[in-house]
Design a protein around this ligand. Structure first.
Ligand code: HEM
Length: 441
């Protein structure tokens, strides 16, 4: 007979609260719950009382073994309300069909055509950096990732729309972040309707003009917009996919890049090694896909940043029926969360789990299946995992090639937004290096 899932005791709750206040983020409280209650526990926050599962076995259970017995879609969540029928929030055959349509532009065989775009857009943003200025990498990396994504994957220059839509995009991201909605269904969401109207207007206009251009034989159908149009989807369904990728494809890489700069900034030896590798292997030349993939140390830095601060730090599901994991009963209809953050800091798998040690990835520690799951796993793993890693390599390598960067202050904490972000920001002093090759016109 399966046991009910335990709730942390009130003493544990008190210690969790202290950890939260000390470290200024709820993940600190979750760590106390895990340490004192075990790898299956339930938290109670008003109406929000999910079952939390931790560890490689638990991840495998949710992502693979019991895949068919979970649903993703939860109509109660703002993300479902905003993305409507986006691939991220659909289940079953609808999900699988959308995923298939959307995969080609994100497939590595397209990547050689994307690298110049990624380098060019990175240079476009860094062109605005004055020597010795202090810049916030959290903000600057968002500009880079938006321009990159829309140019490479949607085939559009997003420079001007980004200026107009910037605050609307941030409003929508705040809307789908943890917040009042967890306790209060229908909680007010100021500014969201207007932000959604603005972003929708842009997306519907993009779809309309592209349809005409395709009909007139003036546009390629290779990018995501083209693929969705030739698949025969209506405008509303295309809008849902474009908004899904717009958010899922840039907010995550913004966080990854910002954390990578923070970690390099707080570990000058790692910054020196990463730069040396870039200098040795690329010199002042512009890299291609193969050269980027050969930056081994930079690859470990990215993997380690994703381990310590996974931008998506959890996966949420709904149990479609009564289930049992590790002797515990999971009732049908219950929200289940697999914790990427706790699994990737699990001391039984990761020695010195809180230490930034890129080279641990050379030693193979990540080979325990489902111990490193920054991109999820199984049939719903991240659709943009390969693109995200290519972009991170391209942006980090290009900026290391062209700038000296020094962290100005190091007191950041992980903020649980739609992604895990370094707040209040990552301030760095930048100085242009001499001799890096400019991009050809
Ligand atoms: C550092 C970058 C990224 C990280 C850490 C990340 C992480 C993740 C994770 C953990 C999941 C699975 C969540 C779950 O199990 O519920 C996921 C799903 C997804 N990601 Fe990413 N992601 C990143 C970049 C991207 C990019 C660049 C795109 C698109 C261009 C993208 C599009 C998606 C989509 C569409 C899904 C849903 C897949 C499905 O349900 O079939 N992501 N991502």
């Amino acid at each position: 007979m399966a046991r009910p899932v335990p709730t942390p005791s009130s003493q544990t709750g008190l210690r969790a609260l202290k950890a939260l206040l000390r470290e200024r983020h709820p993940l600190a409280a979750l760590r106390v719950f895990y340490a004192e209650t075990g790898n299956v526990f339930r938290i109670r926050l008003g109406r929000f009382n999910p079952i939390i599962l931790v560890g490689p076995q638990a991840a495998r259970f949710v992502l693979v073994d019991a895949y068919e017995h979970f649903r993703w879609r939860n109509d109660y969540d703002p993300v479902t309300e905003l993305l409507r029928h986006g691939v991220l929030v659909e289940d079953g055959a609808t999900h699988d069909t959308l995923r298939e349509i959307m995969s080609p532009p994100l497939h590595p065989k397209r990547f050689s055509g994307y690298v110049t775009t990624l380098l060019r857009r990175t240079d476009q943003v860094s062109a605005g950096w004055q020597d010795d200025a202090v810049i916030d990498m959290l903000v600057e990396m968002r500009k880079v990732t938006l321009l990159n994504l829309l140019d490479a994957i949607y085939g559009v220059d997003f420079t001007e729309p980004m200026r107009l839509l910037w605050s609307s995009i941030l409003t929508l991201i705040r809307y789908i972040s943890p917040g009042l909605w967890m306790f209060w269904r229908g909680a007010p969401a100021p500014g969201v309707a207007a932000a959604r109207r603005q972003v929708d207007h842009y997306l519907y206009e993009l779809i309309r003009t592209r349809r005409v251009a395709i009909q007139e034989g003036r546009a390629s159908t290779d990018d995501l917009v083209g693929q969705l149009i030739i698949a025969g989807l209506d405008d509303a369904l295309i809008r849902d996919q474009l908004l899904t990728i717009l958010i899922a494809g840039h907010d995550t890489n913004t966080a990854l890049l910002a954390w990578s700069w923070y970690l390099l900034g707080t570990h000058p030896e790692a910054m020196r090694r990463a730069r040396e590798e870039v200098d040795m292997q690329l010199g002042a030349q512009l890299p291609n896909v193969e050269q980027l993939s050969q930056l081994r140390y930079l690859g470990w830095v990215i993997r380690e940043a994703l381990r310590l601060y996974p931008p998506i730090h959890l996966g949420s599901r709904v149990a479609a029926e009564d289930l049992e994991f590790d002797g515990y009963h999971i009732p049908a209809g219950h929200r289940v969360i697999y914790s990427i953050y706790l699994t990737q800091r699990d001391a039984s798998v990761w020695p010195d789990p809180d230490v930034f040690d890129p080279e641990r990835h050379a030693r193979g520690a990540q080979q325990v299946p489902f111990a490193w799951l920054a991109f999820g796993g199984g049939r719903r793993n991240c659709l943009g995992a390969a693109f995200g890693q290519l972009e991170a390599r391209a942006v980090l390598a290009r900026l290391l090639q062209t700038f000296e960067l020094r962290l100005v202050h190091s007191s950041v904490h992980p903020h649980m937004g739609a992604t895990l972000e370094p707040r209040p920001g990552v301030l760095m002093r930048v100085r242009r290096r001499k001799g890096a090759m400019p991009l050809p016109e």
